[in-house]
Design a protein around this ligand. Structure first.
Ligand code: FDA
Length: 392
């Protein structure tokens, strides 16, 4: 079979690229080894797909080259994707911090992409594996499980390694290597952190305890959002966000009361409730079980009147700078994204084309561009897919 453009991977980036190329009149075939398209879109945002973030800027992405994502993000913006969503009359809402979710279901986003593909004349083959790719004169010959395909342009949109049970594979990295690209070390991102040994024993029985707002911190990077104790460690948005910046051995800290001066507050509590024990006072602003545990581990719980000013200031300071010794992450099994990937040095930032092989493109998560939690990763998938779709 001969086509103009073959796209490997019918996820967010691959489908967007297919739409853009199909609309330009290119004959496009998308193949995916999974039995359904857009599985990660379907499972995203708790089934409601956080499809973009209205505040997305290059500063919300991690990459060895922080400038690489600028061009594509500037040319296909959250407003462009919102326009598409509105054209398909999909109801959505802003949850917080610019995060847009479907009111009903992420299925509507997949249906929208499939409708656009159909209108643009794009063909999609699911349950179609890729066995071998060869560069030939005038394009590529790709051996798939459904036969040989010859394409002028080949777009690799196979995503990252997270959630292998949803179809993630390392094919994109293998193809990149085959054609001379460098792969920067990959690791799980936006992922719960694990604790071990005494650090786990201290908190294991708090599984399920949640704090609505904390500030996680690694070096100068900090995120203000919720936190949750799990059976294996810690999770919640503030932990997922910082996990992309944390590496084993890094100092990880939490401000448990980021909205107030804890020292001042404790002094005021001593004045107002001198007979009350510290653990009960802390239970007003922290989950009760956590407040008790902190008192067992760090501060002895006595009636407030027995604490000196300096002691309360010190307890306040500790609440703003609580150390957590994580041992690792839950890994690709539960990670939302894969950090690292195809080195952007080998790609054009305006078209995503390989600098080494004409007609070869890499888009989406397989590239070393990873967004924060909050709709940024889909925005990169849409934007990089569009960038390539305009030229393939
Ligand atoms: P994507 O993974 O979407 O697509 C890759 C496709 O390639 C898949 O269909 C796969 O089957 C196919 N493929 C892989 N190997 C292949 C092979 N060997 N042969 C053929 N096909 C192959 N982001 C966000 O912005 N908002 C959100 O709400 C969420 N929520 C979320 C929840 C969960 C649980 C996860 C795991 C991830 C998210 N994300 C997210 C991240 C987001 O899903 C992700 O960044 C994008 O889907 C990446 O789009 P891609 O098209 O690059 O890869």
């Amino acid at each position: 079979m001969k086509v103009d453009v073959l796209i490997i991977g019918a996820g967010a980036a691959g489908l967007m690229c297919a739409i853009a190329a199909g609309q330009r009149g290119r004959e496009v075939l998308v193949v995916d080894h999974a039995n359904k398209v857009g599985k990660k879109i379907l499972m995203s945002g708790g089934g409601r797909c956080n499809f973009t973030n209205t505040g997305a800027t290059p500063a919300n992405y991690l990459s060895a080259n922080p400038h690489f994502c600028k061009s594509a993000l500037a040319r296909y913006t959250p407003a462009d994707f919102i326009e598409l969503v509105e054209k398909h009359r999909i109801a959505y809402h802003e949850k917080e911090l610019g995060q847009l979710f479907c009111d009903e279901s992420s299925k509507l986003i997949v249906r929208m992409l499939l409708d656009e593909c159909a209108q643009a004349g794009v063909r999609i083959e699911t349950s179609c594996g890729v066995e071998k790719v060869r560069k030939v004169d005038g394009g590529f010959t790709v051996m798939t499980s459904r036969g040989e395909v010859h394409a002028q342009s080949l777009v690799v949109a196979t995503g990252g390694l997270s959630i292998p049970s949803m179809g993630a594979t390392g094919l994109g990295y293998e193809l990149a290597r085959q054609f001379g690209h460098q792969i920067l070390p990959t690791r799980a991102g936006l992922v719960p952190l694990t604790l071990s040994g005494k650090h786990q024993e201290r908190y294991a029985d708090l599984a399920g305890v949640a704090l609505p707002i904390v500030q996680s911190r690694v070096g100068k990077r900090q995120f203000r959002a919720g936190m949750l104790f799990t059976h294996r460690g810690i999770s919640g948005p503030s932990v997922l966000q910082i996990s992309s910046y944390w590496q084993p051995g890094d100092d990880l800290r939490f401000d448990l009361l980021p909205d107030q001066d804890a020292g001042e507050w404790l002094l005021a509590q001593r004045q107002a409730r001198p007979a009350m024990e510290l653990k009960n006072v802390l239970s007003d602003v922290l989950p009760k079980r956590l407040a008790q545990r902190l008192c067992e581990l760090w501060f002895e719980s006595r009636p407030m009147r027995q604490y000196r000013d300096a002691e309360l200031s010190q307890i306040g300071a500790q609440l703003h700078d609580w150390p957590m010794v994580a041992s690792g992450t839950e890994g690709y099994r539960t990670a939302e994204v894969t950090l690292g990937g195809i080195n952007t040095d080998g790609l054009s930032s305006s078209t995503m084309q390989s600098r080494y092989v004409d007609g070869l493109y890499f888009i989406g998560e397989v590239v070393d561009v990873t967004g924060w939690l909050g709709g940024y990763n889909f925005q990169w998938a849409w934007a990089s897919g569009q960038a390539a779709g305009q030229v393939v």
